[in-house]
Design a protein around this ligand. Structure first.
Ligand code: SF4
Length: 230
């Protein structure tokens, strides 16, 4: 491993360690730990992660995906973002079809998943009740996203999954004013044209079960991200 690569990995490791130890939002600390103690019946024999969930992927990625927050029995159980829930299945099968992931599933931290040219993070790193973080909780978590953006020097494209992620990103990356409305497939030039933000519906069951988001629509977002990175 070259010195530059080693240093980048070291800085991500340092960031991850600080994220995992974070207890800044009392409501979320209480919730994530309570879910971890009470568990869902199907997972009663598992030890839940029950801590903040750091980002995951290629430290030299040109494409960043920003989701909402870990799912109570998904990332909050497994300790890896979008891992162990249906939204994650949707995301990683699409990333596999479009060449960003080496396998079409994401079940546990040691399942062999590797991402190529892609990094995945959440706007808020602790599972919130009803998947609804407060504005204060979102703002508490923003510095971690800022650090990731700073570390991902090669970044060209940011895919935001849902309106919450889009609004969160708008607080840390300069977007045009007035800010274009969120909609699936909407592209927004950012940071003076250095970045492109692509909006996508979130692969929540609310969207995928109803057909609001189809596999074709989701794949098209990641194919476009690949086009934009040349
Ligand atoms: S949501 Fe973010 S800022 Fe709040 S406790 Fe979790 S990691 Fe810390």
């Amino acid at each position: 491993m070259g010195d530059g690569r080693r240093e980048r990995v070291r800085r991500f490791d340092d960031l991850d360690a600080r994220v995992v130890a974070c207890r800044m939002c009392p409501r979320l600390v209480e919730w994530r730990e309570r879910v971890g103690r009470e568990k869902r019946a199907a997972y009663r024999d598992e030890e839940y992660w029950a801590r903040p969930v750091p980002g995951f992927g290629d430290p030299f990625a040109r494409v960043l995906v920003v989701g909402l927050a870990p799912a109570a029995h998904g990332g909050n159980r497994t300790g890896r973002i979008f891992t162990g829930d249906r939204s994650g299945d949707w995301l990683f099968t699409s990333l596999h079809r479009t060449g960003f992931a080496n396998q079409p599933f994401s079940r546990s931290r040691d399942d062999g998943l590797r991402l190529d040219d892609m990094y995945v993070a959440a706007a808020v790193r602790c599972a919130p009740p009803d998947n609804k973080p407060t504005t204060a909780e979102r703002d508490n978590c923003l510095p971690y996203l800022v650090e990731e953006l700073d570390l991902l020097r090669e970044l060209r494209v940011i895919v935001v999954l849902g309106g919450f992620a889009y609004a969160t990103l708008a607080r840390v990356v300069p977007l045009p004013r007035p800010r274009p409305r969120f909609g699936h497939g909407v592209e927004v030039p950012a940071a003076g044209g250095a970045l492109t933000v692509i909006c996508s519906y979130h692969p929540s069951q609310q969207n995928t079960f109803t057909g609001r988001l189809t596999e074709e629509m989701f794949d098209a977002v990641f194919r476009r991200a690949r086009e934009l990175t040349g």
